[in-house]
Design a protein. Structure first.
Length: 167
């Protein structure tokens, strides 16, 4: 069940019928919450965000933790504790990659603190959709993250011999 934050109404989400279109919720859509439940795939914005910036679920977890409270600065240790990330080196690399992608920023304090700071409205919108996918389509999201080609695979694919169209 989903409680709409605007009206307080409760809606039951129905599973899609086999061979038919997705059934609407019992009380209609929530006016303040976008949903991707009916989609068979992730929205294009999320797929693009993954292709450009997100290679691991750890990056997704860190990004979404910081996006939940964008005004709040968090230390690396606070983030690691909240997400139960064991290795500080892995976490530091994740923070650096998200910062380089323009999704979070770091202050100059010691220890360094981080907060959500997307560099564009497009990235901000994509992260909102990413949060919905994380909650509503977690398996689809995990598959998309780990099906992403690695840089080595992309490089190798560039040298694959392909048949000509007329052969």
């Amino acid at each position: 069940m989903h409680r709409c934050h605007a009206s307080g109404a409760t809606a039951r989400l129905r599973l899609p019928r086999l061979g038919g279109p997705d059934a609407p919720s019992a009380h209609g859509p929530c006016p303040t919450r976008r949903s991707i439940v009916a989609d068979n795939a992730l929205p294009a914005e999320v797929r693009q965000l993954i292709a450009r910036h997100l290679a691991t679920m750890e990056q997704v977890d860190v990004l979404l933790l910081l996006a939940r409270s964008p005004e709040q600065w968090r230390s690396g240790e606070e983030i690691r504790t909240a997400l139960r990330i064991d290795e500080s080196g892995v976490a530091a690399r994740t923070f650096d990659e998200l910062r380089a992608a323009g999704l979070i920023e770091a202050d100059g304090s010691d220890p360094v603190r981080y907060r959500y700071a997307p560099s564009s409205a497009r990235d901000s919108s994509a992260v909102e959709l990413l949060a919905l996918a994380y909650n509503e389509r977690p398996v689809t999201l995990v598959r998309a993250i780990y099906a992403r080609p690695t840089p080595a695979q992309s490089f190798a694919d560039a040298f694959r011999l392909r048949k000509k169209a007329d052969e």
